[in-house]
Design a protein around this ligand. Structure first.
Ligand SMILES: C[S@@+](CC[C@H](N)C(=O)[O-])C[C@H]1O[C@@H](n2cnc3c(N)ncnc32)[C@H](O)[C@@H]1O
Length: 237
């Protein structure tokens, strides 16, 4: 089951990396649109996020930023610009096709201080205390073990390092048929934890100053009645 869910997520996001499909990706896409490669950053869809974590990430020149579940690289490129040539932005994603797409986009944009790594959030291929900021947009809900994900974020951050994460949670417990449905996971619904449980998992990982900076109801795409929230949370190691 565990392995099937992981493969289903990778399959869905591989399809999205090539052609945007409405079947998955947090319901952000409409119909099918070829993923464009152009010179304007706005061409680098798909935008599969559910918030604006960069607005709360307190980025500054020279910092190292890690984006978890970086997709096409959109937020990595924005972070790379914010930290400047003396800083670095790293995108981590477990879908090879997304890493390929992000690397192509980096080459087209000529971004020098960004890199992309294939790997899982639950087992990050990064040393302890190696990044100053962690950002993520609508991805932690897709991890099977949220506690492990947050303890990994704690591990890779420098002391005093911060995170800003946008994600889907639910105020009510989701019905079992949704929690066990791979297609609902791919829509960033099936894996959404209850909000209290989500915030407890962050605090239990050792983070301080855990703050919900944005909390909005998500009623898109027939999601009414599930108590879904689009949450942005910040915290400090
Ligand atoms: C909903 S998309 C969000 C993409 C991007 N953050 C954005 O806002 O456009 C989820 C991305 O996270 C990746 N992903 C899902 N689960 C992951 C995991 N456990 N470890 C690493 N990447 C993961 C998927 O491959 C996909 O690219």
């Amino acid at each position: 089951m565990e392995k099937d869910m992981r493969e289903s997520i990778i399959r869905s996001y591989s399809e999205i990396a090539v052609v945007q499909k409405q079947s998955c990706g947090c319901c952000e896409t409409g119909g099918e649109t070829p993923v464009a490669a152009g010179t304007a950053e706005s061409s680098f869809e798909p935008d599969l996020g559910c918030g604006a974590p960069l607005e709360h990430a307190a980025l500054a020149e020279g910092l190292t930023v890690l984006d978890l579940g970086s997709g096409s690289g959109r937020e990595v490129f924005a972070a790379a610009r914010a930290v400047g040539p003396s800083g670095r932005a790293i995108g981590l994603d477990m879908t090879p096709a997304m890493i390929d797409l992000a690397e192509k986009n980096a080459a087209i944009l000529g971004v020098q201080n960004a890199e992309f790594r294939l790997g899982e959030i639950e087992r990050m291929p990064l040393p302890d205390g190696s990044v100053d900021r962690v950002i993520s947009n609508c991805v932690i809900n897709l991890t099977r073990d949220k506690k492990k994900a947050f303890s990994e974020i704690f591990r890779v951050l420098t002391p005093g390092g911060r995170f800003a994460i946008a994600d889907m949670t639910s105020t009510a417990g989701l019905p079992e048929e949704i929690r066990n449905d791979p297609s609902r996971w791919c829509e960033c619904v099936g894996g959404a934890l209850q909000t209290d449980e989500y915030l407890s998992a962050i605090r239990e990982s050792g983070f301080r100053d855990v703050t919900v900076v944005s909390d909005q109801a998500d009623h898109s795409c027939g999601r009414e009645g599930l108590g879904l929230r689009s949450l942005t949370v910040t915290g400090r190691k």
